[in-house]
Write a protein that binds this ligand. Structure first.
Ligand SMILES: C[S@@+](CC[C@H](N)C(=O)[O-])C[C@H]1O[C@@H](n2cnc3c(N)ncnc32)[C@H](O)[C@@H]1O
Length: 312
């Protein structure tokens, strides 16, 4: 059975208007126990609820903000910002060079959480002044904290509460970090199709690599770095939920997009590979992207047709 993450179960929003919905603790306990996860059920049983058994939304928000704050260390230690700039820099160079669209451009971080990536990009100016930086999350508490931090740091970026695919302005490039494994394999195609159907020119989603070592690595990191049992539990569950390269490439191969993965299994050291990005680019953009990346990096960017070869 696919493991469940507690953080996915203890908040709920109305998909139509983003309104917060009450979550009954007993219902969460039932789902976790049905999934055979008694440890997670014990963690949720300790969360405060009102007399009707509805989880206290303020306590849940405080907990999620605190766990994501600890999680930010993982993003820092794994140099997530630098690793994405390694691809996003050439991607925006290719977009400018291919001349398909003039600037300014807009990068939208889907499920930005506390907005680490967007804040990091804003602080370093790594993508250039013609790229507007927007973080979007369905969780109002997380995106509110992202906004507070960005203001405190006087950063030129913005954060929006809502569905990243319902924004009034189109994205040029969609990105995300640590979001793909939250979707089941059957929901991935819809996620990528929404981006292909938009005017966006590309997407680049960084998520946990599905290697045999990932759950062990996640256990060590979360044991050492996370204080709350929820963070420790979900960290390991995330690694166990990670999608293999083949599954992501198949799902990302939607009409109008060329799906690619950077440093897939077989082209990277499994001891060092924790996260790797899956990209989709408009087919006419691929040659410019490869040129902007340079020969060495371009060889590490492969499509579905090369995957069997890379994995051997
Ligand atoms: C585990 S968090 C990742 C947070 C952040 N990217 C990070 O690396 O710390 C996944 C987030 O994705 C958000 N999310 C999922 N689908 C979304 C969508 N379509 N629009 C906006 N946010 C979304 C959820 O609300 C959740 O907060």
């Amino acid at each position: 059975m696919r493991p469940l993450e507690i953080s996915d179960l203890i908040t709920a929003v109305d998909p139509a208007d983003g309104r917060r919905l009450p979550v009954r603790r007993a219902e969460v306990l039932r789902r976790l126990r049905e999934n055979g996860d008694e440890r997670a059920a014990r963690i949720v049983a300790g969360l405060p609820a009102d007399r009707d058994g509805v989880l206290d939304p303020d306590a849940v928000d405080r907990l999620l903000v605190s766990v994501h704050t600890e999680l930010q260390r993982l993003s820092e230690e794994l140099s997530i910002g630098t690793r994405l700039v390694h691809l996003l820099g050439p991607l925006f160079t290719a977009i400018r060079a291919a001349g398909g669209r003039s600037g300014p451009y807009r990068l939208v971080d889907v499920g930005c959480g506390l907005g680490y990536l967007v804040r990091r990009l804003a602080a370093t100016g790594a993508l250039g002044p013609d790229v507007e930086l927007v973080g979007v999350d369905l969780n109002a508490a997380l995106v509110g904290e992202a906004d507070r931090l960005a203001r405190a740091e006087r950063l030129d970026c913005r954060f929006v509460h809502g569905n990243a695919f319902d924004l009034p302005e189109a994205a040029t490039v969609y990105v995300s970090t640590g979001v793909l494994h939250h979707f089941g394999a059957d929901a991935l195609a819809g996620f990528f199709e929404a981006q292909a159907a938009s005017p966006a020119l590309a997407f680049c989603h960084l998520d946990l690599a599905a290697t045999g070592l990932a759950p062990v690595g996640a256990w060590v990191f979360h044991r050492a770095r996370m204080r709350h049992p929820l963070g420790r539990h979900d960290g390991v569950a995330s690694a166990r939920r990670a999608h293999p390269d083949e599954v992501l490439l198949r799902a990302a191969s939607v009409p109008g997009m060329r799906a690619l993965v950077y440093e897939p299994r077989g082209l990277s050291n499994p001891f060092c590979t924790t996260l790797r990005p899956v990209l989709g680019v408009r087919p006419w953009l691929e040659a410019s992207l490869r040129e902007a990346l340079g020969r060495r990096a371009s060889r590490r960017l492969v499509g579905p047709e090369h995957l069997g070869e890379a994995a051997r």
